[in-house]
Design a protein around this ligand. Structure first.
Ligand SMILES: NC(=O)c1ccc[n+]([C@@H]2O[C@H](COP(=O)([O-])OP(=O)(O)OC[C@H]3O[C@@H](n4cnc5c(N)ncnc54)[C@H](O)[C@@H]3O)[C@@H](O)[C@H]2O)c1
Length: 254
């Protein structure tokens, strides 16, 4: 008989990239609260350390400086994790991301590449490094959640680079999910809409207000509202979900 397991991450080791930022910090908190040991990786080490300092629960947490767009940085981060815990992370959230907004005809090559390097290549590099390490384990079971964006599906203006990177994250999710499912690693992704974080603090308020006005719930989301969905996708409660891209948008662009 099928019995539903509780949302418990006791004994699990999670790696959350961009864990010093708004959504990443909320994800770290919900995972720690439910028993996981959490490695908080961020290009800004101090932000990662701040997150670790505020984590609840009794897990053995670690702050790590990691630039997800740099293969050496990713590999040395994974090595540091294995040195400390003797195992690779069996929960991974590829959350690190940057946003740039430019009219299509004004996007320069460097800006385009920067966004791709962090959002898409970063997700690839970290996923591959973790999957390779996990597959060497006797028990390679794990779960991965990639943070995409509704802009990867909807044709939103001024984010051709960002939207393309997030569409890439969704395609990467589905291929990884297909290849890794029978090896015991489930891969899914989340597409947030407008969430209250520092990500879009440089965007004029009247522009984000337009998004709020077009959102059926009539408000921006909170980082915790994304984190709860991520935790569900990482948990055994979503054991039959593979390659799914779940919208957490308050209904925006449904
Ligand atoms: N906030 C939103 O409205 C929204 C909507 C859709 C998707 N997202 C996605 O959610 C994720 C988290 O964004 P957020 O809103 O919490 O933004 P945020 O700016 O608060 O957090 C992003 C974190 O990523 C880190 N980071 C940036 N570049 C990095 C790199 N090269 N290596 C490692 N870490 C790096 C930053 O230092 C920061 O701590 C991103 O992938 C973003 O694209 C956010």
């Amino acid at each position: 008989m099928f019995t539903m397991s509780a949302l418990s991450f006791t004994g699990r080791l999670a790696l959350v990239t961009g864990g010093g930022g708004g959504i990443g910090r909320a994800i770290c908190q919900v995972l720690a609260k439910n028993g996981a040991s959490v490695v908080v990786a961020d290009i800004k080490f101090n932000s990662a350390q701040d997150t670790v300092n505020m984590l609840p629960g009794s897990g053995d947490h670690l702050a790590l400086a990691m630039d997800v767009s740099d293969k050496n940085s990713v590999n040395s981060g994974i090595k540091a994790i294995i040195d400390k815990y003797q195992i690779p992370p069996n929960l991974l959230v590829n959350n690190a991301g940057i946003l740039r907004t430019n009219p299509f005809c004004e996007v320069d090559e460097t800006t385009f590449s920067d966004v791709m390097d962090v959002n898409l290549k970063g997700t690839f590099l970290v996923s591959q490094a973790v999957a390779k390490s996990l597959l060497k384990q006797e028990d390679p079971r794990g779960a991965v959640v990639n943070i995409a964006s509704i802009s990867g599906r909807a044709g939103l203006p001024y984010v051709c680079h960002y939207g393309a990177s997030k569409a890439g994250v969704m395609a990467l999710t589905k291929t990884c999910a297909t290849e890794l499912a029978r090896k015991g690693i489930r891969v899914n992704c989340v597409m947030p809409g407008l969430i209250e974080t520092p990500l879009h603090e440089d965007i004029p308020k009247r522009k984000t207000q337009k998004v709020v006005d077009s959102t059926p719930l009539g408000r921006a989301g909170k980082p915790e509202e994304v984190a709860e969905v991520v935790a569900f996708l990482l948990s055994d409660k979503s054991s039959y979900m593979v390659g799914a891209c779940v919208e957490v948008t308050g209904g925006y662009m449904m």
